[in-house]
Design a protein around this ligand. Structure first.
Ligand SMILES: NC(=O)c1ccc[n+]([C@@H]2O[C@H](COP(=O)([O-])OP(=O)(O)OC[C@H]3O[C@@H](n4cnc5c(N)ncnc54)[C@H](O)[C@@H]3O)[C@@H](O)[C@H]2O)c1
Ligand SMILES: O=C/C=C/C=C(\O)C(=O)O
Length: 487
């Protein structure tokens, strides 16, 4: 497949710019040629979005909603094609890819309806002489930059609200996974999205850096690694008007209490660790288990994971050789006797980047295996004694994205959950998403919240209530509880 930039409503003809190869991580075969966009091409795309902004922001909500619905319908009509390419491009299983295409469709449908039902609050001053209300207008052109682990899911989580709230954008998927973004650009043509409203450019970090630094960019919605988030902050520090939403890395704790339903807890903890080969920022990659059930839990967990997560069947390949080597180098730090499942994979993989699930005994919470984001099918297990110790082990991390609590005790859910330094706390479930629920991390896991009414703050100017909104966006760090009543 030949991928080309989508700028001002059309696909660019192959340019003299360099290109690079994208491979299928499951086979190591070439699947697509991707342009490495130059700064001139980025400028063209941003100029197109800038020119389209006045008209698009003045388009009625009903019309914008209709475009989003048409995009969702068109993806739905090509659902399997999207899923097959996502699996080939990213290495994930086809089953996982199908779930993510469903979510991409949901992203468009959610914001298509959200903007039709927005309400605004009006308030009187105490003397009742003045009525105050907030008027929101779209901010302008956004840079939308996404990583390789959930390519279409995360890119559309940015594109849909950007379009819905009347902003225009230039989207850049990860250089490792460009294909479903290209299929999406075909859909923009099909639904006759007005030229320039959404542009998609391809390339690596230098392309992303050109994009975020462009003077017409009013805001950046970025999902990716913490180091890249820091770099974007530095690159845009002088452009005070650029609104940043940074969704970054995680090293999330799963805490299993002695009153948890053991079989259900094993299942949730295993999904949280190994879904998408552990390549989800929300994965629970450190499991802390109450010492009274430690041996029972671990033996069931090892047995369940070895039966359920089979590379090439229910577990995908990891994204690239470089990432395979990164995961491998972490695994070489573990002692042989600490492997409860799996082992160090071979040094030179010949037929795709497959790593079997690894479960490691953790003896030292300060070890890189417990502190650094490995982003692969690797999980550590360790016992704890008291609630206090569980909280302290879980919080002993520079990251603060998510946590998973497995307990039947309602009081403990709140008592422990509210002390965890994590933007999202799932109780007896994992990765359940309600798109209006604010999403985002604490500490090194990011800045800002996305989702529903919080996310709209990223895309709009606040004319009458700037202080309030920046407080909510930047200061508040909500713990979100998703209590599954079935367990
Ligand atoms: N918090 C979340 O919601 C979330 C979701 C998914 C992934 N992630 C994180 O993403 C990371 C894995 O993804 P990755 O390796 O693709 O991340 P990455 O930071 O290397 O790249 C992400 C994107 O940023 C671009 N980029 C790189 N350098 C840039 C720069 N200087 N300026 C602008 N753009 C630049 C890349 O080309 C890519 O499109 C993990 O750390 C994971 O935790 C976080
Ligand atoms: O790998 C990270 C996953 C992020 C998920 C979301 O942003 C989401 O579910 O909206």
């Amino acid at each position: 497949m030949n991928i080309s930039n989508f700028i001002n409503g059309s696909h660019s003809s192959p340019s003299s710019s360099p290109s690079f190869s994208s491979i299928n991580p499951q086979t190591n075969e070439f699947i697509a040629s991707i342009p490495l966009s130059s700064s001139q091409e980025i400028d063209l795309a941003v100029q197109a979005a800038h020119a389209a902004f006045p008209r698009w922001s003045a388009t009625s909500r009903a019309q914008r909603s209709a475009y989003l619905t048409a995009i969702a319908d068109a993806i739905h009509a090509r659902h399997e094609e999207f899923a097959v390419w996502e699996s080939r491009d990213q290495g994930k299983t086809l089953a996982r890819a199908r779930v993510e295409v469903d979510r991409a469709i949901a992203n468009f449908r959610y914001f298509a309806t959200f903007i039709l039902h927005e309400t605004s609050t009006a308030r009187f001053t105490p003397d009742e002489r003045v009525l105050t209300y907030e008027h929101r207008s779209a901010r302008g052109v956004f840079a939308l930059i996404s990583p390789w682990n959930m390519p279409l899911y995360l890119l559309t989580w940015k594109i849909a609200p950007c379009l819905a709230f009347g902003c225009t954008g230039v989207a850049k998927p990860s250089e490792l996974t460009s294909i479903t973004a290209y299929l999406l650009s075909e859909i923009f043509v099909q639904v006759r999205l007005p030229p320039g409203v959404m542009n998609i450019v391809y390339g690596d970090g230098s392309t992303g850096a050109d994009l975020v630094r462009h003077g017409f960019i009013q805001g950046i919605s970025f999902t990716g690694g913490t180091q890249t988030g820091i770099r974007i902050r530095q690159d845009t520090a002088a452009d005070i008007q650029k609104h940043l939403s940074l969704e970054l890395g995680g090293k999330n704790a799963t805490i299993v209490f002695d009153d948890a339903d053991l079989d259900a807890a094993v299942d949730v903890a295993a999904k949280a660790a190994f879904e998408n080969q552990g390549e989800i920022c929300l994965c629970g990659s450190r499991i802390y288990i109450h010492q009274s059930i430690y041996h029972q839990f671990v033996s069931k967990f090892v047995e369940h994971v070895s039966r359920t997560y089979i590379p090439g069947d229910t577990l995908g390949a990891v994204i690239s050789l470089a990432h395979y080597n990164k995961i491998r180098s972490y695994l070489t730090l573990a002692k042989q006797e600490d492997f409860l499942l799996g082992g160090v994979p071979p040094e030179n993989p010949t037929n795709g980047y497959w790593i079997s699930p690894c479960i490691l005994k953790n003896n030292d919470n300060q070890s890189p295996l417990c502190q650094e984001e490995i982003f692969g099918p690797v999980v550590t297990v360790s016992p704890f004694d008291t609630e206090e110790e569980a909280v302290s082990l879980a919080n002993d991390s520079k990251y603060g994205l998510a946590a998973i609590l497995l307990t039947k005790d309602g009081a403990r859910m709140r008592r422990v959950g509210e002390r965890l330094q994590a933007g999202l706390v799932w109780v007896n479930c994992w990765l359940v998403r309600e798109l209006g629920t604010p999403f985002g991390g604490m500490k090194a896991s990011g800045v800002g919240r996305e989702g529903g009414s919080i996310l709209k703050m990223c895309f709009v100017w606040f004319v009458f209530c700037i202080a309030l909104c920046s407080m909510r966006c930047i200061v508040c760090e909500a713990n979100i509880y998703l209590l599954n009543r079935d367990i």
